[in-house]
Design a protein around this ligand. Sequence first.
Ligand SMILES: NC(=O)c1ccc[n+]([C@@H]2O[C@H](COP(=O)([O-])OP(=O)(O)OC[C@H]3O[C@@H](n4cnc5c(N)ncnc54)[C@H](OP(=O)(O)O)[C@@H]3O)[C@@H](O)[C@H]2O)c1
Length: 233
Amino acid sequence: MTDSPVALVTGGGSGIGAAVARRLLDAGQRVAVTGRSEQRLRGFAKELEEPEGLLTIPGNAAEYDDVRAAVGTVLTEFGRLDTVVANAGFATGDSVADGDPAGWTDMVLTNVLGPALLIRASIDALKETRGRIVLVGSVAGFVPTPGNLYGATKWAVTGLAENTRRQVTEWGVGVTLIAPGRVETPFWDAHGSLPPGHLLTAGQIADSVVWALGQPAGVDVNTVVVRPVGQPN
Ligand SMILES: NC(=O)c1ccc[n+]([C@@H]2O[C@H](COP(=O)([O-])OP(=O)(O)OC[C@H]3O[C@@H](n4cnc5c(N)ncnc54)[C@H](OP(=O)(O)O)[C@@H]3O)[C@@H](O)[C@H]2O)c1
């Protein structure tokens, strides 16, 4: 356990992030998860029966002090960092023409600034391990949807992934953008109901993340788009 790889997953107390954390723990890795709600993180740890390799770190992915502190805690507790997963994110579910701008600042900062802060805070540690960066984008970061500011934040994540890759690949660090279609998670709570049609499970997206992370040294999977069958856009 003391030499096993270490991952830091933002927004890892629920949904896709929690599923990734579970898969990595099952594979014998050590995992730190962050999130704003300490209660949610505690609940997740309890559900997993407080595994030895799990660290829960309350904090806001859009605040650099919190992100830097989370990376510092991981290095202090686990001694290394092999993978960061910039997963924290949410949608206000409204549109630029008729939405409530009061909710937009947090969304843009979490979804766009958050991944950049995580990369900035972790890159020195990742250089040492020749580690990997995973950004959780969205199909909404490839396909325009009317009035969708959330979608625009995910277009930014698509761009950040490739811009980051072009810089860090010379240091041996891999970058994977995982772009999910519709997944059944608490993400949809803000929308009042699940979208129609067949949805992916968080575990199915986590399988793609773990597959990308499990590539041999020297192989860098860059973009993975995963939709449920039946999702047209
Ligand atoms: N579900 C889908 O259909 C779908 C599709 C495409 C992409 N995605 C993306 O997948 C990622 C994960 O979402 P999910 O579907 O798993 O939904 P989720 O269950 O709501 O997970 C989002 C997690 O992020 C955390 N979070 C939100 N804002 C944060 C912040 N500022 N700082 C730290 N943590 C924060 C939340 O915890 P706290 O509230 O406690 O902070 C929550 O645990 C998001 O980036 C989302 O945009 C989801």
